[in-house]
Structures are given as C-alpha cells and as structure tokens.
Ligand binder design. Structure first.
Ligand code: ZN
Length: 171
C-alpha cells in the first residue's frame, strides 16, 4: 500500500506542471478520428448493449458494475474525462476471463508499456480491451457478450487496477 501511495503521489506531482499546458490544447486536439470511431446506432436495438464508462484524474471509473445480456453485442465506450496525460494517468478498460488471475494481469500489464500496457502473453485471459487513453480521449470497442456469469474489468495502467476495477455481469 505504501508503494502504491508513492506511485500515486509521484504521478500527481509529475503531472502538475503539465496540467496548465494541456488545458489549452485539450479542446483543439481532440482527434477527429475518434468521432468516426463512434457512429450513432439506434438505441432500440435490443441485440446491442450500448455502454459508456468514464475514467477520471482521480484514478476512478464512474461505474463499478455493468450488466448486459447473453448474446448481445456490447458496444462499449471508455471516456477519459480528466486532463492528465496518458503517460501519468492513462486509462483503459480490459475485460478478463472468469478464471483470469487479476493480480497477475495487473502486474504483467504494468510492465507492458511497449504494448499499450496489454500483456501479450496473457491474451487467453483477456476477452476485450480498449486502447490506453489520456485526458479528453475516448475509445469505442465492440465484442460479443461472453457466457452468462460475472467477469472482472480493470485498468492495466501501472498501479491502477487496485482502484480501477469492477464487474461485468452477463445475464
Ligand atoms: Zn487507469
């Protein structure tokens, strides 16, 4: 726990200097390609579960539980609503298999910076994932809801999964 706190403090201190600069460019620099990645679809389609989840600069998701139905296509958008850069407060959304070792994926993800913090040798434990986002960014993914049950989702940025995890319940 002490180590985690230190990392958090270091990240907070490190990011302070960047914050002001970022604030000016955030509005303009939202890439147009993100708009294209999230085309509008009719909400009435019961075969599609449209989910929006946010991550913030306080290292938190705004949802700890997501419910979908078996057989649905899950269209999930992760929005980083903070201002911090990806390298200090990156967030992704990674859905794990039911038997996955959460701590092991968290550890391996933390040192997989070269692969966007997704541990490549653990792809059998990962059902779906977004890309790693910095403040102001978003990413939308689509995947088939897995078999009924309870699954863990988490952020694989170093030291984040302790605070950033929740459950996806497939009914
Ligand atoms: Zn995160």
């Amino acid at each position: 726990m002490k180590k985690l706190l230190l990392v958090v403090l270091a990240a907070a201190v490190f990011s302070c200097g960047d914050d002001k600069k970022n604030a000016k460019t955030d509005m303009k620099s939202t890439p147009a390609m993100e708009e294209k990645a999230a085309p509008e679809e009719p909400m009435a389609d019961s075969n599609v579960a449209v989910i929006v989840i946010e991550g913030n600069d306080q290292m938190k998701y705004n949802k700890s539980e997501i419910r979908v139905k078996a057989g649905q296509t899950v269209k999930l958008t992760l929005k980083h609503v903070g201002k911090m850069k990806k390298m200090v407060m990156g967030h992704n959304w990674v859905l794990l298999q039911q038997d996955a070792d959460i701590a092991a994926v968290g550890k391996a993800g933390a040192i997989a910076g070269a692969n966007d913090y997704i541990p490549t040798d653990m792809s059998d434990q990962i059902i779906a994932h977004t890309k790693m986002l910095g403040g102001g960014e978003s990413d939308t993914i689509e995947f088939e809801a897995p078999a009924p049950g309870t699954y863990t989702f988490m952020c694989t940025f170093p030291a984040h999964y302790a605070l950033m995890q929740g459950t996806l319940i497939v009914e």
